[in-house]
Design a protein around this ligand. Structure first.
Ligand code: NDP
Length: 447
């Protein structure tokens, strides 16, 4: 039950953004969980914090023309949503995928605001991208697209203004092309992007950070039940950056990852995805840019064409592909098969129907804005190193990442305790993130 104030803000958001289902889904989930905060403290309503929080500070949409290898002009659409800069420069990834539109980027930007607040670092929230599809393009085509994209984006970002990073379709290669173009246009070598190569300002552990962080968060949740990752059978979706390092950390902590997927299907490897098999996946995805089916062919395991991993019997699930990849039916299968923990590497991978079931069954459910915040947190550490013109060791960055994931977990637990919502990390994460941003917005006056 939400208060009349929250209901009326939600109504306005729905009217204003009628054609943006993903954005409405994210806003509805957050606002509906904030009721106890508004009951306890009227100031947020008086200062119209919610009305301001749901409206991006700035949205930039631009043309991205580029020449393909045949010399034919192609035109994509580029976006940057500068959502909220209350607690620091806008920070959030760039998604390159044909599905990208304003609704998806606004949902991601909105989530990012609260996620970044949880990291303990001074970062506002933003998100960007394009409907460009890197799949099937040559390196030269990707480079020409990235250069054109950055030619416009460079007018709107900066090391103290807005610092983009990777996301779906944007990895080390794309960040390299974008950084090169920014430097050429501005004649500045600054930390304007994160996820950079190690030789030119990148941070150790940044590639690993989101996946590692999501497993660290899972381990913290398990600790509250006097349990660990040791021996846990884990279903992982996706096979990109987040999924790969999720598998690596599961292995390091003594669990067994048994699945990976891409948009063409899922591999199910009962024997476990060992370090050697993971090295094959990394080469397949980052170098050869092939399909996950090749894993099943090489290691003689099951391939479920077009399928997702959620009917696999597992103790823990790590959705690490994309939004809404676990629907109500998938969640039921997971729970019927005994799954006791879901830690979201991806952003909003569970539909509202799935979340309802996790909460009803009181499983350990770590929502993305807490569980996958390790990626942006380590981007924050990359920014710090760039500002100091220093580079920390692998051990130092990993220890800081681990410490941040523990701190995020503690903040969630503290909010859960304060607002009397035991077992509900959704409320814990939303409330802890919201209070930090909302209090700051009040400090800054009517802006
Ligand atoms: P990658 O591009 O490296 O990998 C994405 C993976 O998900 C690929 O295996 C891809 O398969 C699959 N996938 C993407 N879209 C779909 C779809 N519509 N249906 C089925 N499979 C799909 O991206 P990341 O690993 O970086 O990102 C994965 C998720 O993690 C995203 O939700 C992202 O927002 C989130 N995230 C990422 C962070 C980061 O640091 N990279 C930080 C925090 C969250 P295919 O290749 O076939 O498309």
């Amino acid at each position: 039950m939400s208060s009349d104030y929250i209901k009326s803000v939600l109504e306005t958001v729905k009217k204003r953004n009628a054609n943006e289902p993903e954005f409405l889904q994210a806003v509805t989930e957050v606002l509906e969980s904030l009721d106890p905060v508004f009951e306890k403290n009227k100031k947020y309503e008086n200062y119209k914090v919610l009305e301001r929080l749901v409206e991006p500070e700035r949205q930039i949409i631009f043309r991205v023309p580029w020449l393909d290898d045949k010399g034919v002009i192609q035109v994509n659409r580029g976006f940057r949503i500068q959502f909220n800069s209350a607690i620091g420069p806008y920070k959030g990834g760039i998604r390159l995928h044909p599905s990208v539109n304003i609704s998806i980027l606004k949902f991601l930007g909105f989530e990012q605001v609260l996620k970044n607040a949880l990291t303990t670092l001074p970062m506002g929230g933003g998100k960007g991208g394009s409907d460009f599809d890197p799949k099937g393009k040559t390196d030269n085509e990707v480079m020409r697209f990235c250069q054109s994209f950055m030619t416009e984006l460079s007018k709107h970002i900066g090391a103290d203004t807005d610092v983009p990073a990777g996301d779906i379709g944007t990895g080390g290669r794309e960040i390299g092309y974008m950084f090169g173009q920014y430097k050429r246009l501005r004649n500045e070598f600054v930390g304007v992007l994160t996820g950079k190569g190690l030789k030119w300002g990148g941070s150790l552990i940044r590639p690993e950070a989101t996946g590692y962080g999501s497993v660290y968060f899972a381990e913290e949740m398990l600790k509250t039940k006097n349990d660990t990752m040791k021996g846990k059978i884990c279903a992982v979706s996706g096979s990109g950056n987040v999924a790969q390092y999720t598998v690596e950390k599961i292995n390091q902590l003594g669990g067994k990852a048994v699945s990976l997927s891409d948009s063409s299907g899922t591999i199910y490897d009962k024997d476990g995805i060992t370090a050697e098999k993971l090295a094959f996946v990394m080469d397949l995805k980052e170098v050869r840019r092939g399909r996950i089916k090749e894993y099943a062919e090489k290691f003689k395991c099951e391939f479920i064409a077009g399928g997702k991993p959620w009917n696999i019997k597992c103790d823990c699930a790590f959705p690490s592909a994309t939004q809404n990849e676990i629907d109500g039916k998938d969640a039921k299968m997971l729970l019927d098969n005994g799954c006791k923990l879901v830690s979201e590497g991806a952003n909003m991978p569970s539909t509202p129907e799935a979340i309802e079931q996790y909460l009803a069954k009181k499983i350990l459910y770590g929502p993305g804005k807490a569980a996958n915040a390790g990626g942006v947190a380590t981007s924050g550490l990359e920014m710090s190193q760039n500002s100091m013109r220093l580079a920390w060791t692998r051990e130092e960055v990993d220890a800081k990442l681990h410490g941040i994931m523990i701190a995020i977990h503690t903040q969630c637990r503290n909010a859960m305790k304060e607002y009397n919502t035991p077992d509900n990390y959704v409320m814990g994460a939303n409330i802890a993130g919201f209070v930090k941003v909302a209090d700051t917005m009040i400090d800054h006056g009517c802006v």
